[in-house]
Design a protein around this ligand. Sequence first.
Ligand SMILES: Nc1nc2c(ncn2[C@@H]2O[C@H](COP(=O)(O)OP(=O)(O)OP(=O)(O)O)[C@@H](O)[C@H]2O)c(=O)[nH]1
Ligand SMILES: [Mg+2]
Length: 307
Amino acid sequence: MVLLRCRSLTINLSPLLPSHFQSHKLHTTRLFRIPNLISLPQISASSSSLPTNNQTTTTTRSISDAARFARSVLFVPPGVDIEEITEDMVLPGSNIVIGPFAGHSQIKEVVFVKSSARARDCPKDDLPEIAILGRSNVGKSSLINCLVRKKEVALTSKKPGKTQLINHFLVNKSWYIVDLPGYGFAKVSDAAKTDWSAFTKGYFLNRDTLVSVLLLIDASVPPQKIDLDCANWLGRNNVPMTFVFTKCDKMKAAKGKRPDENIKAFQQIIRENFKQHPPWIMTSSVSGLGRDELLLHMSQLRNYWDQ
Ligand SMILES: Nc1nc2c(ncn2[C@@H]2O[C@H](COP(=O)(O)OP(=O)(O)OP(=O)(O)O)[C@@H](O)[C@H]2O)c(=O)[nH]1
Ligand SMILES: [Mg+2]
């Protein structure tokens, strides 16, 4: 029942399988809420510059005339009629519509509970949890610190591979943020990589209290195959996810593309690989961009799961 509630919040994320997965059958399930289907998202319909908090839309305009566009771009949560979406319901720097389940989102108290080496060692109190996943060094621990506004809740490091276990942080005594080991750390041995993969996959497949995964994508670099493989794996296994683009403050990189260009390129590939697109949001742990918006999104995911 818990699983059903959890899964029914998701959109159908089953990706169109990449060629090396073609032998597997597409996983489809009736647990998905068809009205929430989202597809063909774009980073921005009109602007190539990075949205900022200052660009929060204040006008309330009915977009019923653009319902087709909205349906194809936005993450529409339960309880929202797509015909009644107004611009001020869409979080800035994201495709996420805020609905009636959004509520108290600020973090008053956070307590480190435990580190677990296996899914079966994780806390067993049935509280909902949101897991933070991404490549080593993408900024998982920094994002957690930013969300809870503390410097040392989750250890950060310039050295990739700092977080090696499943770390549970109890928030407001009512839900967990889970810091997971980063994937794709080049310096770990193949054997260690396999272990990581088995143990993290075990967590995703067996953790009934997992409300959603925040899949962090580094916006300061072009799309990485390993991130796309990870998104495909989560999608194929019906694990609900939100793409959280990190390091969006890195606008002045001397070389390479700007974050908004990298995000656009990533979205383009997701569009080719997925039938529908997960919710996404731009963040920076340095400037705080997207922090409050992400917390609000997490509150609606949690509250719907927990109703
Ligand atoms: N400019 C910028 N740097 C960031 C941001 N987030 C993280 N960093 C930097 O990126 C590096 C890695 O950050 P962590 O938060 O430790 O990354 P992680 O994903 O937890 O790494 P692992 O635990 O090794 O998987 C650190 O040097 C951070 O200061 C951001 O939003 N902007
Ligand atoms: Mg970390």
